[in-house]
Write a protein that binds this ligand. Structure first.
Ligand code: ADP
Length: 265
């Protein structure tokens, strides 16, 4: 009887182990597939600027020596494509770094308002014809768990998009507020908007609502996925809401702590 029970126990253990092993292999397979997809997507995106460059080099080779117009135009276009390639490679590296958990997360809490003020000031200088309205309604001194440079980078991505897709509108609104225990940052623009069915997809790598339009504005479809990775790494969330042709709001929520300002005696 004892022997039978031992056999049964052993069998159960083997079955358990084999289940654990299978689950592990499923995870490995999923992760492998994801990486494969990433490399495929990245190669696809790199191909476009490379073929455009190739085209211009051919033009230059054939006509450039005798036709100053071709020379000027093709050189200018080539330079633009090289810029695009540089940006794309930079963004791809950033995304890979964020996805491989090598990111050092800040353990400190920062005061977000100063960071937001600084970035908004930079944009005001950069785009003098636009109005950036910043409203802060954080009641107490709220601190947030994120590295300053990451909050800065997320805000730059969101403001860049608000400008890129502004469609002639001139106001961008930035709000920081407290929602329950969270710190919330939202950027609203009155530009082209995002169709309802694309609201979640815009955070996917390489996703662009309108490929041609985004490319014309220098977009690679990576900005929002980088912002999302960054925010998620700090256990925060990012979401989009929009009315097509009217407005877009992107909201970032992060964990916050409130430090009551105590009067010194
Ligand atoms: P991109 O570099 O193409 O702007 P993002 O990842 O930053 O890439 O954004 C993905 C897509 O989401 C954009 O191509 C654009 O179609 C859409 N999008 C992002 N922000 C806005 C916005 N503020 N208004 C309208 N569309 C936007």
């Amino acid at each position: 009887k004892e022997r039978v029970r031992q056999d049964k126990n052993q069998k159960d253990e083997i079955a358990d182990l084999s289940n654990v092993f299978n689950e592990m292999m499923d995870d490995v397979e999923i992760s492998f597939q994801k990486q494969k997809q990433f490399v495929e997507d990245a190669s696809h995106e790199l191909r476009t600027p490379i073929s455009i460059l190739e085209g211009h080099l051919k033009l230059l080779n054939r006509w450039g020596k005798n036709d100053p117009e071709v020379l000027e135009e093709s050189l200018k276009a080539s330079q633009q494509e090289v810029e695009r390639l540089k940006m794309l490679v930079y963004e791809l590296l950033e995304l890979t770094r964020l996805e491989s958990d090598r990111l050092e997360l800040a353990e400190d809490f920062i005061e977000p308002v100063h960071v937001v003020e600084d970035v908004v000031k930079k944009f005001t200088l950069l785009y003098p014809s636009l109005t950036f309205k910043y409203e802060n309604s954080l009641k107490s001194e709220m601190k947030v768990a994120i590295a300053e440079r990451h909050l800065e980078q997320v805000l730059i991505i969101l403001l860049d998009n608000a400008v890129k897709y502004s469609n002639g509108s001139t106001t961008v609104e930035i709000v920081t507020e407290q929602i329950q225990d969270h710190f919330a940052l939202s950027i609203k623009d009155y530009g082209i908007g995002i169709p309802k069915e694309d609201l979640e997809k815009v955070f996917d790598r390489f996703y662009r609502v309108d490929k041609a339009r985004s490319r014309e504005k220098g977009g690679q479809g990576l900005g929002l996925s980088i912002a999302k990775r960054m925010v998620n790494n700090y256990k925060g969330t990012i979401s989009a809401d929009s009315e097509e042709g009217e407005w877009t709001i992107i909201t970032v929520k992060l964990n916050g702590v409130i430090e009551e300002i105590t009067q010194q005696e």
